[in-house]
Design a binder for this molecule. Structure first.
Ligand SMILES: [Zn+2]
Length: 285
């Protein structure tokens, strides 16, 4: 008989399995891409840095382009933004990118509502997403990408019912993550507004499914905010563009900061048992 052979007990094996992440995800938001300030190369350099985190895919929280939503924005300008967006995303062409629509992504100034570039449907096409809101599954985690771009910042009734039905249909303890452009709960809506007005209905829905909903991601604020309520983490993950790629103003705590928040991105680590960690990395590009 030979020497001792290390044999892992079943408990040790279980522990190892649950302590190994099943997914590592990058959450970028508020890229506000534009030609000026060297934004395209700064953004692509940051995407290169993010790849070093060995991520599985990207979540993009919206406001991908600088701003197509104002009255004076032309077709040419809107096309220019999206062309730069496409060029930058070549850097991560090997990765899946799941985006949501931000308030600045949509061109409302089209000459007519029949114009192919008018409204959200065009943004859906440019972001290569299946619908203005949608869900998908990865490694047992369920992802719900929302469209809060209704008057007052809210889900429309159809969308709310879809979310309600979808959560109900998930088997018990299926971990789920929600991404909206706008925070659902948090500190920053108190400071600067900009949060979902239907937060109470959503909070109640998540409480009904507290065995499922673990994390709600947002952007829009360009501020970093991590709130935990009823066991759900609400992470407003700063912004890629900081002060819209500019140096900042008197409220900026540092170069490129928006107020106290530096530009950056988050890396999210998901475990099979529903644990999830969100870490914000300031970038220096
Ligand atoms: Zn926004």
């Amino acid at each position: 008989m030979g020497g001792a052979t290390a044999v892992a007990s079943p408990n040790m094996l279980l522990e190892n399995i649950s302590n190994r992440p099943v997914l590592t995800i990058a959450h970028i938001t508020d890229v506000h891409i534009r030609a000026e300030e060297g934004a395209p190369s700064r953004f692509t350099n940051c995407l290169e840095e993010i790849k070093k985190h060995k991520i599985d895919f990207f979540l993009n929280g919206g406001d991908s382009i600088m701003a197509a939503d104002y009255d004076h924005v032309t077709r040419e300008k809107t096309l220019e933004y999206w062309t730069i967006w496409d060029q930058c995303l070549q850097t991560i062409a090997d990765y899946e990118v799941y985006s949501c629509i931000g308030n600045h992504d949509t061109w409302w100034a089209a000459p007519s509502k029949q114009d192919p570039m008018y409204g959200k449907y065009y943004v859906v096409q440019r972001l290569k997403i299946p619908n203005r809101y949608y869900s998908f599954v990865k490694k047992g985690w369920h992802f719900f990408v929302l469209d809060g771009n209704q008057p007052g910042i809210a889900l429309d009734q159809e969308q709310f019912e879809w979310l309600e039905t979808s959560l109900k249909a998930l088997p018990k303890h299926s971990p789920a993550m929600v991404m909206s452009h706008y925070p659902i709960l948090g500190t920053t809506p108190i400071l600067v507004g900009g949060g979902h007005s239907d937060f109470k209905a959503l909070k109640n829905l998540f409480y009904q499914h507290q065995d499922k909903v673990k994390l709600c991601l947002s952007g829009h604020q360009h501020l970093l905010d991590h709130t935990v309520y009823n066991g759900v983490q609400y992470c407003c993950n700063g912004s890629m563009s900081g002060f819209w790629w500019g140096k900042g103003d008197k409220e900026s705590a540092g170069d490129y900061y928006y107020q106290e928040t530096p530009p950056g991105y988050s890396i999210i680590t998901c475990y099979a048992d529903g644990r999830v960690e969100n870490k914000y990395y300031p970038h220096h590009f």
